[in-house]
Design a protein. Structure first.
Lengths: 306, 306
């Protein structure tokens, strides 16, 4: 890919240095953050521009890794101070995660600025950052074909109105099932999805972890079984990798219709399944596109009823 | 259907009078049991013969309901004494069930005998009873085309060897994910399925509740998302209804290959989803085939990736 050409997909989100403990292993100060996982996943499909912030302590090797994966870093800011840090622990069967510490550091004053060359990007993924910052990014982009927005319980709790405002300006919202319930105050996912669609987006994607995912539109519903994972090392970033792979595959298709999104969800699932095989970007950075394509074909045929 | 003709599908299992409490409602002494749910589901597709036992106290109205649904009762035994009784309670979000009481009664001395006319049935479903009794049924049937066997944790715990013996004689084994793990002593469902296939059956169907189901063969894997249930009243018998609907649809197709089983799983899911809308057979007995067909088409298209 030509490094001076405009990215087809722009992704904004957090960049962190993570310390992660699982029942089998502990890894200290490894590369993490939603935009890191999402850009790595998307980079298999299209030229992807990263918008995020790191501190002056950010290791050169991480930047080199992103560059090797073909990620455009024109939107990466370096600010005086320490990079955002997060540490967490996964309990016995990996289905519960506890945060041990969060240090916002340079992320606290993050104001995402899009390089001129990013502003005509047709595809935009607003990763999980505050709705204020997501709105600030939306204001800088000219006329994207398709915008996906992710969020989390924190913003639903403390910035609900702003979040509703920005969701209305997006084409697709993605969240997990507990966030969908929290956001709408309803237990039924069908009713929750209706309420979320009423906020404006054309599609709502509810992620249910090992129960798969559901893509809602006003007229239809698509159910995707989870990719059958036999074993995995670190689920951190799986949702971001899923969304990044999805947006990369969708941007590559050049389409924004439901059949294209269904197929792109297959790419997202498979990319995420590869990602959790190792910590950080270790597996994704050693992966090639053919491996993804092969697994997607297998996965989609496993999901096809007849 | 001609009541004197031979059934295409024979199902053996328990018949119970259930008392069920959910967070919203309590129902006393209603019709239950694995063979009741499974035959009701299968009856939409083919002539189905029931093999089970009731006591002399068994209400006439239940028998009439089965007959109205077209179920053949030539294999139904009536023994001196009280019918099997079970009572249980579902906790807050219906995902945990506790048994409050079990009275075996006539079920304790149950010895399933197949009427002559049942012995040439091409399809057989060995519902959840002791492996000894399942084997006894297998010995009476002549040369079935396809035998499905269900089981539960109790038999895995107390009659493992006998269960392994009978599983080997069947074409397909169905169990839920915790039973698959218990039976094989492994956490990974992929490895568990391999071990179960090594016991002899051609197919292993692992049910994962709201995470859907997985159909394993030596060469392939099929993943079916759960039917999206918005609300339900009573999940009792859902697994039996699923398996009964699956076997009914498979028998109707006349086939035993994987594409036919994949499609039959769609029928099983939809029939089970209808069943849990009300207690006992209340919803199934007021349902017609067209409603099932319509919902199956919708469901299968919801599950089709592209």
């Amino acid at each position: 890919m030509n490094s001076s050409s405009a990215p087809e997909l722009v992704i904004v989100g957090s960049i962190g240095i993570d310390t992660i403990e699982t029942p089998r292993e502990k890894r200290v100060e490894i590369l993490g953050g939603s935009v890191s996982y999402a850009c790595a996943a998307a980079s298999f499909f299209v030229k992807t521009g990263m918008v995020g912030v790191v501190g002056t302590d950010f290791p050169r090797e991480h930047r080199t890794l992103w560059e090797k994966m073909g990620i455009d870093l024109a939107g990466l800011q370096t600010e005086e101070g320490r990079t955002f840090r997060w540490s967490g622990i996964y309990e016995e069967n990996m289905d519960n995660r506890r945060t041990l510490a969060t240090e916002l550091n340079v992320f606290e004053r993050f104001s995402p600025e899009l390089p001129e060359i990013y502003r005509d990007a047709p595809y935009l993924f607003l990763g999980n950052i505050s709705p204020d910052l997501q709105l600030h990014v939306l204001e800088q982009i000219h006329s994207p074909k398709f915008v996906l927005i992710d969020t989390m319980d924190l913003w639903i709790d403390i910035a609900r109105d702003k979040l509703v405002e920005v969701v209305d300006k997006c084409d697709m919202l993605t969240l997990n099932e507990s966030e969908a319930r929290l956001f709408t105050g309803t237990h039924s996912l069908m009713t929750a999805a209706e309420k979320l669609l009423a906020m404006g987006p054309q599609f709502v994607l509810i992620k249910k972890g090992e129960s798969g995912s559901m893509l809602f539109s006003r007229e239809s519903l698509f159910l995707l079984h989870a990719f059958p994972l036999d074993d995995f090392k670190d689920p951190t970033g799986a949702g971001d990798t899923f969304a990044g792979g999805l947006m990369g595959a969708l941007a590559e298709s050049g389409r924004i219709d439901e059949p294209a999104i269904r197929r792109a969800m297959g790419y997202g699932s498979v990319t995420a399944a590869f990602g959790v095989e190792e910590f950080s970007l270790e597996r994704l950075s050693s992966l090639d596109r053919k491996q993804i394509d092969r697994r997607v074909e297998t996965f989609l045929s496993m999901c096809t009823p007849a």
